[in-house]
Structures are given as structure tokens and as C-alpha cells.
Design a protein around this ligand. Sequence first.
Ligand code: PMP
Length: 419
Amino acid sequence: ADQKEILIFERRESGVRSYCRRFDCVLDTAEGSVVRDVSGREYLDFVAGAGSLNYGHNDPDMRAALIAHLEHGGMSHSLDLSSTAKSAFLTAFESLLLLPRGFDYRVQFTGPTGANAVEAALKLARKVTGRSNVIAFTNGFHGMSQGALAATGNRHHRIGPQMPLPGVTRMPYDGYQGEGVDTADLLARMLCDPSSGLDAPAAILLETVQGEGGLNVASPGWLARIAELARSSGALLVVDDVQAGCGRTGTFFSFEPFGIVPDLVVLSKSISGYGLPMALLLIRPEHDVWLPGEHNGTFRGNVHAFVTATVALTKFWADSGFAGDVARRGELLARRLAGVANVVPGATVKGRGMMRGVDVGSGALAASITRRCFVEGLMLETSGPHGEVVKVLAPLTTPDDMLNDGLDILLDAARDVTA
Ligand code: PMP
């Protein structure tokens, strides 16, 4: 990259910038799973906008729809006014919900980020139940605004103890720190025991696969029992599908294979399909107790995002074969990552579908591996409480040969760094 351009970012942009410190290049163009910097150097992008580019960069169908919309003089912003673009999106989304899923949800357009939609979910759950406590889980990640941050597990995401946060009780996620503790059973007992001090919850908020928390996967049985606990305790079950949703685990919603129907579902990241900001809260109709304007915001309905999202959803029509491709590619990813884990003593493969990684045991080792990958032309990030998991979040559309190329780079890097 041109060093002069990098220096401008360093001088002018806030010290809070992060990804650009790890990936020291100035990007210019992108297509599919490949990004190019100003010098023309190509990188495989297995970060994919932290999961907001499930269909890769510049999907040709979405781009064509967007260009057609612009050339038609389509509006670009409409608050939450009705528009043809919003109507097309909601029609497509209704088909996705109903066929063959049989889900009945109202759609709330929140502010454009995942955190905005989590905030809306927590507020709504408190309004519906008249309770304030929220149960969230160790290693959960829900965003950086103060309500979302309160639900986020790892303390290192918070600035410090001076920040007062809304009340959240954190419980051990499924499989927390190894064998032996049945955390759903523990929660069930604490909910019935007045001496536990656990206030009746307004919501139980969880990810089915913890993206930032280290690719921890909840088991189907655990999820079913947590769903039942939410029901029996009068709390709303809120699934944060910001990262695990939109096909990442092989089905549109991450919870589809498990037969649970959350009261609220949070979607963002890849819902627009094109990396455009958009977030949704799905609300079971009986919980849609919002009064008009009671939870508003200027940017609720990015018209360009509606246009691309409408195209993105068509990938999930029952007969498209897209979900099957994701599932198959997820297996390829798992096999290749097992090979990577083999060359790092003690390493294990974690995750589900196309949301997988290798726990290499230390943040320092994971950082050296991803640094090495970047030098060789592959962008990867780390996750987990200590950054110990090398995380592969390649676009779901990455062709097998490209996926294999990236995993070859990762394997070599893991070998070199541990040699
Ligand atoms: N929930 C989950 C599960 C996430 O992974 C993230 C982002 N990593 C968020 C919420 C917050 O989304 P945003 O960064 O768009 O606010």
C-alpha cells in the first residue's frame, strides 16, 4: 500500500480505528471473495465485513438492481415512509418467513446497526413483560451501545467500571469451560430459587453460535431447554442472529434446524446482502406492543439496502440450492480446518456451517498466524475471549477452489508459525 495514504489515516482518523491497524493496506476495488488495494495487490477476504458480506463483494445481481434503481431516479432515503423498495422487500421477506418456514413475525426496522436492533429488542422485552432483568450469556456479544454492551459477556469490550449499564444477569453458555455443568439445569434451578437473587427476566438473549465469543456452538438440546425456560418463566426468548443468521450456518435463520421459535429475532450484517447498513427486529405479533413512534430513529429504512436485500433473499427460496451449497462448503471448511488444527499442538476446530475456526490456544499465536496470512494475501480475523480462535468467515459464495487456496495459506502459516 502507498505509505503516504496510510499516514493520512493515522493523522486524521480517531485512535479508535482497529481493522486498518491489522490490515495495513488501502483498499480500492472488490469482487466476490477478493479485495484489491491501491497498488493492485489482491487479498482473499475471509473477514467479509465481519459477516456482513455473506454473498461476497459486488454481487452482480444486487449491483444491477441497485444501478437500475439509481437510473430510475429511485429515492435514496425515506425515513420510515412507505416506498416501492420497502414494499418489495417486505413482500420478499414475507415469502421467506412463510415458505417453508411457517414463521409469523412482524418486522421492525430499527437503526441501521446490529446494536440498534439489540437495543430495540431489550426495550421491547421490558415493555412487554414489565420486568427489567435480562439474562445473557458468558462470551455473548451483542454490540457496543450501552444497552447492547450490558448484555455483552466479555468485560474487555467495556471501557471501564465508570460506565453504568442496564441490569443484565450473565449465565454460563452451553459447554462453558468444558464438561460437567448443565447450565440450562442451573438456570432452571436458579429461576425457581428465591435465594438465588435472580430477578424474573424480561428476556433471555443468546446467539446460537457465538461469533465474537470464540465460535462456541449451543447444542440443540440446550437451546430447546432454554426456549422452554423462557416460556415457563414468562420471559421473551431473543435470538441475536446478527452474525449467525442470513445463511451463515446453512439455513437462513441459525435456529431453524432446532424447532425453536424465538419471540424476538435480531438481524443485521448480511441482511442487506451488499454491505449496506440495515437491521431488523422480528417480533411475534402478540408482542408487537409498540405505539406509533415510540421507538424511532432517522435511519430506519435505507432504500438502497431494501433494493439489494430483496435480491439477496431470493437466494433462499426453497428450490435455489443455495443453502445446500453452504452446508456442503461448511463441511469442506471443517475438513480443511481439521488439517490446520493437526499442525498446531492442542488446537481444536469450532463452529458450525460456514462459521468456523481453529482455537489455537493463545491470542498471541492466533495473531501471528493471521499476520502471516495477511502477508501471504489472506485476510482473517480472530475471536474468543483471548483472541485465541482463528476465525474463517469467508463469503458463503466463495468457490471451492478459492476456499481451498485460502485454507492452503492458513495451513502454511500455521505450520510456519508453530515450527
Ligand atoms: N450481535 C452480534 C451477534 C454481533 O456479532 C454483532 C457485531 N459483531 C452485533 C450484535 C453488533 O452489530 P453492530 O456492530 O452492527 O452494531
